[in-house]
Design a protein around this ligand. Sequence first.
Ligand code: PHE
Length: 481
Amino acid sequence: MELTLNEKKLLVALGPVGSADAADLADLMETRREAVVQYANLAGERGLVDVEKRVSRRYTPTEEGQAYIGKGLPERQVLESFGETIPMRDLQSHPLAKIAIGWMRKKNWIAIKDGVVQKTGTTAPGPDEVAFARASESGSVEDGVGVADLIKRGLVQEEETVAYTVSITSFGRQLLAGGLDLQEEVGTLTRDQILSGAWKNLPLRRYDVTKLPKRAYPGKVHPYQRIIDEMRRILFDMGFEEMAGGIVQSSFWNFDALFQPQDHPAREMQDTFFLGERWPLPKGFERVRDMHEHGGETSSTGWGGAWSAAKAEQCVLRTHTTSLSIQHLAEHPKPPVKAFCIGRVYRREAIDPTHLAEFEQLEGIVMDEDVNFRHLLGFLKEFYGKMGFEKVRFRPGYFPYTEPSVEPEVYVEGLGWVELGGSGIFRQEVTAPFGIDYPVLAWGLGISRVAMLRLGLRDLRQLYKSDVEWVRETPTYGGRR
Ligand code: PHE
């Protein structure tokens, strides 16, 4: 068997001692401990040495804990700062009083009566203090009584140490006895060595090209954000511009401007997060009011009844991004308009694996002289196709602001048809008050569902958790088929 130079050096170092800690071997071999562990593991696979790994947990003082080393826990320090009694007010001026007084009482070291603190006479150190003293002296303490209390108080933290003991095997001894050539090996060739052909006679270091390298985890974009970026890219490619707007909206923009009646169930407290804030109504709100009350100047009859300005002023966390679409249209009432946004929306929901109180919607509008329902279906089909969903179908739907309305669904192997949002053509009751004379195709798609399907998740909440392990292990191609 041919040994690498490092294996030979390891055997030579182990020869006289038989067995040693990796850190000591590193000193002997004038290299790093990690390097020794690496050589030893390789040599171990070839039967030259045995490697024993020992993991131990110890507890070392945290930053706060370090501040008490040599001085004692706060309650001990404060207890020793006064005689038998002290007025509470004086005691409170001690810099550690805040932490210490509670503990001194809990440990029954003091009693407080009529504003005077009196020592009880019990002052024996408890197991927590004993453990802390040990951690202070030797830098760390093993698990034991009192340690749990210190952890809970954030005074010590767990630290895992791994030790390796390397021992030479009889096979290793045999090879060592046979004599080892310790000639340095060459790992990098120079230009001259290659040109002159000298490399042919050099002892070259061997590499095991079948070994897996250590995994590296460079920074990367969150899988969900990656999918959102992909969607934005697709929409830009399709010629859309991006709309922006805040998450706080007045009821006027979130509901009224969309011809959602003021007594609509979606406007109830149990469905919507209402805020204390109010926003003044925009110029021309009267046309929206008239539309609700009697249909304005159109042939619509409106919802009837009296429209309340106070109700419309009340702010909400936007329940859909359609509130941005209507504002964008109010600002751009002339065609053509082709705009989208991807933003978070908020609803009061009972949270479960597929329902959250906050999630993202992809909203879009297209307004032009002769766009029609077929364009809408075509757009949705095309968008989902680009996202990797080949089968798309449309179910009739209902929204107070669109007519006709459809709910697009995509087919997912193993799940069947999955509903992904709503869409339709804005009703005249929505467009007329803003002087919009052409058809507006509109949609609002739930995209966290799309991400969930693409990433193969069972629980939506995974998208919003700080789970580094999951982020690391999720491939960057985002499960694209
Ligand atoms: N706003 C609707 C929702 O949140 C979706 C929708 C948007 C429907 C635009 C029609 C038109 O469910």
